[in-house]
Structures are given as structure tokens and as C-alpha cells.
Design a protein around this ligand. Structure first.
Ligand code: KG4
Ligand code: ZN
Length: 334
């Protein structure tokens, strides 16, 4: 079966094709992603209206391009998978409307996919024998969530941030240190020349299973204004504190709930220091990451998630095209 994935929830317009062979295996064919980061960098962050307009400009020509690149004809597509939530409402509408239009024109199913299920399941693309049960930490621009994932595929929210998401903290701290959006890569580069133990930053709500990063952000601001250390040292110490916090909490929860396999995913999982600290302190646990290019928003993870979510189901139920877009629910099983 040929599935077309569509992702437009934030500032990446992305299309991907996968071939699926029953419920047993899947083969990525092609992914085409247009990132708007350079456009939004001028504004210091994503401007929702600008994001929607650029998705609108790009999605049609990109669809033509991916058909030409792969030699797949529109008539060969068996199903469309599209991110329908959560995300920027106008941005989601572009992808969902395009998907429904294709579904109607080609008379094929359109499978709505929760963006976070895409991030979580992307670890399986890079580790093909990986299957639930596992604990999944999603660290992205909008989320710092821990889900328990079980088979038959089901996601249950265990922990979340009570204020800023990890990626949001990277973006805001980068701004304080004179960087541009997105902050994660800027901080990682700046931190590579710094001492991660130069400044001791506090870890908030240490004993809770939830996360909080707004106190850390304020501590960084105070440290910058006191000029406690160089910018590189502050960036390295901030990054190290985030990595330690994420690792310690995730491992503690995994041990208590009896999960040996742990998935770390989302844009912030691109960070090499976070990946290293997770891997080095894993002990007898197994930590799985998507390869770096799959950590940022992409349509391959959406196509793959649709394949996993629809396994064993009658696909004709997805021909109704009556699903909503834009709900910011944290619960994936809807
Ligand atoms: O998953 P994602 O691409 O989009 C959302 O669904 O939010 O994540 C974007 C976030 C941004 O906050 C960005 O600063 C962060 O991921 N990020 C990083 C790195 N690369 C991207 N954070 C830390 N280190 C990185 N190397
Ligand atoms: Zn994302």
C-alpha cells in the first residue's frame, strides 16, 4: 500500500511516501520537507499567520515535486495520513484541507494522526524491531510529556511540564544569549565551547513526576545579568541541567513503572548532549532515539504512525472525512 504523509502543524511543510506490506513491514520511499525557520527567525519565533500562508504557498507545488521525484502517480496513492492535532490552528487547516481534498478526489481513506504519536513512533522507524511496551519522553517546542505506550497501540499520558516545554526553554534562553530562533541548535553550538559545571542551576519540582522549566529560565536570566560566567559557560550549564533533569526523572519513572525500554523523541532529542547523557546513564535500561533527521517535524513519522494506528482496522472508516483539526488535547487515543 502507498501512504502519503502530510505534516503542517508548525513551521515545516512536509510530505512523505511510504510503502507498506500488510501489518508487518514498511519502507520509507521519499520525504520532502520545506522549513520556514529562516522566515520566522526574523520575528524571533513562529508567527502563526505567516506559517499558514507559507504552508498554503508550498503544499501544492511540493505535492507535484514529490510525485515527479518518486514517479508515483496520484492514482497510485492508497491512503493519506495527516497531522490533525495539536499545532497552530491555521497551519493544521492547510494540511488537513489538502488531505481531505485528495481523499475526496481520489476516493481514498484519510487517516488523522496526532502529532505526538508521530514523534513517539518515529523511534520505531530508526529501530525497526522496537515495539511497545515502552516509556516515551517527548521533548519538543510545545511539549515535555511522558507517555506509557502499550500494545495494542495505546498511549497514556503520565507526566507533563507545568509551564514551559523543554524546547521553549531552549528557544527563550537562546534569545537571552543573543541567539536566533530556533534556539536549540544555537545553544548546542555555543555550549560546545563552555563548561557545563561553571554555573549551578536549580532543578525545579525535583520529586514530582512532572517538569518545570520556567524557574531555570529565570535563573539563567539572573546569571546573565550578574555576568556569573561567559555566555558559553552559561549555555553549557543550562543545557547540562536540562539533560540531567530529563534523564533523572525519566529513568526514575521508568524504573518505578517497570519499563526497561525508553524512547526519547521530538526536536530537542536532536541535542547531542542530551542523547549522550541518556545513553551514558542508561545502565541496564535501553534508550532508543529516532535518528536526528527524524527528530524534527517531518511527514515520514506521520505516514508511519498512520500505518501503525490503522493496523488491523477497516480503512473504509477513514473515508468519512469528518474528523476535526486543531484540538490541543494531550490525550492521543481519540
Ligand atoms: O519537534 P519540533 O521540531 O517541533 C515541535 O513539534 O515543537 O521541535 C522544535 C524544538 C524547538 O524548540 C527547537 O529549539 C528544539 O526543538 N531543538 C533543539 C535542537 N534542535 C531543535 N533543542 C535542543 N538542541 C537541539 N539541537
Ligand atoms: Zn513536533
Amino acid at each position: 500500500m502507498v501512504i502519503l504523509g502530510i505534516e503542517t502543524s508548525c513551521d515545516e511543510t512536509s510530505l512523505a511516501f511510504i510503502n507498506t506490506y500488510g501489518d508487518t513491514s514498511v519502507e520509507p520511499v521519499s520525504t520532502l520537507t520545506y522549513s520556514q525557520v529562516d522566515i520566522h527567525a526574523k520575528f524571533g519565533g513562529v508567527v502563526p499567520e505567516v506559517a499558514s500562508r507559507n504552508h498554503m504557498l508550498k503544499i501544492g507545488p511540493m505535492f507535484t515535486d514529490i510525485l515527479n521525484d518518486t514517479g508515483i502517480k496520484a492514482q497510485d496513492i492508497d491512503a493519506v495520513a495527516v497531522t490533525n492535532a495539536p499545532g497552530l490552528i491555521g497551519a493544521l487547516f492547510v494540511g488537513v484541507s489538502f488531505a481531505k481534498g485528495l481523499g475526496y478526489a481520489l476516493d481514498i481513506p484519510v487517516i488523522p494522526v496526532h502529532h505526538l504519536s508521530g514523534h513517539i513512533l518515529s523511534a520505531e522507524i530508526s529501530n525497526p524491531s522496537l515495539r511497545p511496551p515502552y516509556l516515551a519522553l517527548v521533548i519538543s517546542g510545545g511539549h515535555t510529556h511522558i507517555y506509557t505506550v502499550t500494545e495494542p497501540l495505546s498511549f497514556s499520558l503520565h507526566s507533563r511540564t507545568i509551564d514551559d516545554a523543554a524546547g521553549e526553554a531552549f528557544d527563550k534562553v537562546a534569545k537571552m544569549l543573543g541567539g536566533v530562533y530556533p534556539g536549540g541548535p544555537f545553544i548546542e553550538t555555543l555550549a560546545s565551547g563552555g563548561d557545563p559545571f561553571a554555573v549551578k542551576f536549580p532543578v525545579a519540582i525535583k520529586d514530582s513526576d512532572n517538569f518545570s522549566f520556567s524557574g531555570l529560565k529565570t535563573a539563567v536570566l539572573n546569571s546573565i545579568s550578574r555576568a556569573d560566567a561567559s555566555k558559553a559557560d552559561i549555555a553549557a550549564s543550562f543545557q547540562h541541567t536540562v539533560a540531567q533533569t530529563l534523564t533523572e526523572k525519566t529513568f526514575r519513572i521508568a524504573d518505578r513503572l517497570g519499563f526497561k525500554n525508553i524512547v526519547v523523541t521530538g526536536g530537542v532529542a536532536c541535542n547531542s548532549v542530551i542523547r549522550r547523557i541518556f545513553s551514558e546513564s542508561a545502565g541496564n535500561r535501553n534508550v532508543f532515539f529516532p535518528e536526528k533527521k527524524l527528530c524534527n517535524d517531518n511527514a515520514l513519522m506521520i505516514a508511519y504512525a498512520a500505518w501503525r494506528l490503522s493496523a488491523g482496522k477497516d480503512l473504509s472508516q477513514y473515508k468519512r472525512l469528518d474528523f476535526p483539526a486543531g484540538d490541543t488535547m494531550h490525550e492521543i487515543n481519540v
